[in-house]
Design a protein around this ligand. Sequence first.
Ligand SMILES: NC(=O)c1ccc[n+]([C@@H]2O[C@H](COP(=O)([O-])OP(=O)(O)OC[C@H]3O[C@@H](n4cnc5c(N)ncnc54)[C@H](O)[C@@H]3O)[C@@H](O)[C@H]2O)c1
Ligand SMILES: O=c1ccn([C@@H]2O[C@H](COP(=O)(O)OP(=O)(O)O[C@H]3O[C@H](CO)[C@H](O)[C@H](O)[C@H]3O)[C@@H](O)[C@H]2O)c(=O)[nH]1
Length: 324
Amino acid sequence: MDTVLVTGGAGYIGSHAVLALRAAGRAVVVLDDLSTGDRNLIPADVPMIVGDVADTDRTGALLRDHRIGTVMHFAGSIIVPESVADPLKYYRNNTAASRSLIETCIKTGVGRFIFSSTAAVYGNPPTRMVTEQTPVAPVSPYGWSKLMTEQMLADVAAAHQAFRYIALRYFNVAGADPQGRAGQVTPNATHLIKLACETALGRRKVLNIFGSDYPTPDGTCIRDYIHVSDLADAHVCALNHLEKGGNSLVLNCGYGRGYSVRQVAEAVDRAAGRPLPKVEAPRRIGDPVELVADSTRLRDLLGWRPRVDDLDLIVSHALAWERR
Ligand SMILES: NC(=O)c1ccc[n+]([C@@H]2O[C@H](COP(=O)([O-])OP(=O)(O)OC[C@H]3O[C@@H](n4cnc5c(N)ncnc54)[C@H](O)[C@@H]3O)[C@@H](O)[C@H]2O)c1
Ligand SMILES: O=c1ccn([C@@H]2O[C@H](COP(=O)(O)OP(=O)(O)O[C@H]3O[C@H](CO)[C@H](O)[C@H](O)[C@H]3O)[C@@H](O)[C@H]2O)c(=O)[nH]1
């Protein structure tokens, strides 16, 4: 079996994909510039090249030398408000860097590509449940930078028969490896479950609840939180699909049910054994009211079966990681 290249493999989600690939018996090589990642998140015997995916000479040599058959492309910049303040960083490190990497794949004959996309491509969707047919309408440069990469992949796959891809649109990724081998280290992360756990451990004074007047049962926003290990498994399913000759796909990744900000905070209270300090704050600009993934296609087309679909488990794994 061919080796899999995991770009951004020293980051939060990529490191869990490395663990899932190894558990599936696959050979893996990581390419990461360590701008936000950490070498310690991946097993010591996984080869890691420190470099930028946009460095075409180095990446081309890597693809050839390691006989890479599939690229899983996690590397990128991920902070939505930062993308509003510095859009060119996102069009460089997400869109342009992905263009370079895709071109290197075409030049070296790598025919399978699995891409980390995002629910941010939907912007503020008109319906509660989001299917892959829901119109895309990003509201941030981050969302656009990812949608442009999806479009490149579709165009390149149409032009080159030997190239197939799967774009996985992640909803809210959370939790940590149940065995404590990896978790979120991303600096300046703005994610609710990470911040709530940091607050529960006294590293932050208070958890802001951004908006409590939304048209939802408890007034706070609703999201579909997917355990990072289940998401990592979805990548192994995607790899199997492409290796069996399956066609290119765009797939939502979530569980299909949502929790409110307050419900998440209460789950952190339960995991920590005491209530964390919370304060009601104004709405955060750009937040959609409710984002829940219809993940029927992921289940039906890839045979994905979640193993940790439980908010209390997600939160307890995230808290255990923060305590480490
Ligand atoms: N975390 C989420 O909730 C979420 C949601 C949707 C999509 N995504 C996507 O998933 C992917 C992984 O996100 P994450 O949460 O693991 O973030 P992360 O910051 O932990 O990981 C990104 C990794 O990529 C590396 N990197 C960044 N730019 C690089 C470059 N040019 N060349 C080589 N390496 C580079 C970083 O050092 C880091 O290890 C990203 O593409 C992100 O957009 C994440
Ligand atoms: O301290 C906080 C942090 C977040 N929230 C709220 O919690 C919900 C979830 O917020 P996150 O920042 O955890 O996640 P987002 O839904 O904003 O965005 C995440 O999911 C998106 C896809 O849906 C993108 O992929 C993006 O990269 C990723 O951060 C939102 O209503 C937000 O307002 C708070 O109330 N307080």
